[in-house]
Design a protein around this ligand. Sequence first.
Ligand code: NAD
Length: 452
Amino acid sequence: MADAYMDLVGSGFGKVLAKQLGLPQPPKLRRYQSGEPIAPGPVLLLGSGATAQQLADVLLGWELDVRRHFTDNVRYGAVFLVADSFESPSELGEPALEMGRALKTLAPGARVISLSKQATEQDKPSVAAVRRGLEGFIRSVARELRGGATANGLFLGDGVDGHNASLLGAIRFFLSGKSAYVDGQFLSVEASGSTVPDVRTLNYDGASAPLAGKVAVVTGAARGIGAAIARVLHRDGAKVVVVDVPAAGDALTKVANELSGTALQLDITREDAGDVILKHALGRHGRLDIVIHNAGITRDKLLANMDQAKWDSVIAVNLESQLRMNEAFLAADLQGLRIVTLASTSGIAGNRGQTNYAASKAGLMGVVAATSPALEARGGGMNAVAPGFIETEMTAKIPVATRAVGRLLMPSLMQGGLPQDVAEAVSFLASPEASGINGQTLRVCGQSLIGA
Ligand code: NAD
């Protein structure tokens, strides 16, 4: 979508003027392009212990230039902090300060990634202190980075070491341009009972097709984020079924034709929507591996002015339809089904004028956590992606001034995201590489202040 401000401050005279006026100058994000190296420079790997050594070996196997200590005059493309063996806060200082020195010469679009354990009630207080301390550290590093660099973290579940395929899949996602608009976020990786691809078969530049042979359904795919998701799933090798309301039929057919997929005109609030989708996917393509619940609507009003129709329609489309469809998918007993739903940062922090929408989107995070175990028992799983401010027709309806604030001032990355940014996260979570990541909500928001 055209963005006059981004165009102005991004080039020539406008860039100079913006600098003189002290206006925010959004960095160019490093987005995924096939064939690009996974990291834009040498990798500095800080921390000690078995996981650090295992990871160093793996990264070398990916033909990355891995350094274990900081040296001057290197433009690092990534900095890892492996802290899963840390037991007291005193262990954090040395690698944190070493990281700090490397941040001065980071390459544009560089990545900072931590590997640690999540604090639990069973931890000794000093262990919990360093574990939680690291979270605050990484989130603050993310706010200090410039040039489109990001910082994110991975929590290692019990039995997850530096060779775990899901961990390596998540590392590849965070390292690559696919995570361009994911910033200040943590994902937990558990040892997965289901089959994950052998590390050696994971082509980290994404040129291989991680979803080859899979059939994926995307709802609300006639435009916006849904169409972008359909395109990325197709790029990643899936056969795609695109779903939207009959009124969007022409646009839907275009998307289906472009992707050699099939179109299904369906209002997802229909009682039998799940069965209609199953019948189409199994009848036309013989299987169903991935469902992306993307269709969603807003009917914004302050609660004091909210009428029943506005409330009910948002809950019906965004939440109740998904509950019904999930029941149908579970009843069909599909093996390995992975579901990703679109939540929103409004559902995390709340948003003025969006009580109905925020209730529906927060509700979805509850649905994800409560539904995933049943899918995991069948070798699948469910997660949510919570986009922040993404440039689409939905956000184009927001008043200009509010839009400028949402886009520029709130997120660390000083810009709205693109539908592609959400689509990359969705495709990753839908893939077998993410089989150790379940029941979670990943924010794709450029570290927006909304939702903290
Ligand atoms: P959009 O309005 O551009 O597209 C939504 C699509 O869903 C449309 O094609 C619409 O026809 C379809 N749809 C609506 N009701 C339907 C129904 N009953 N049955 C079938 N299809 C239906 O929206 P978008 O900006 O692309 O957002 C996609 C998803 O991402 C939504 O769930 C939205 O809540 C979520 N999201 C968007 C943003 C953002 O900044 N754009 C932020 C957070 C979350």
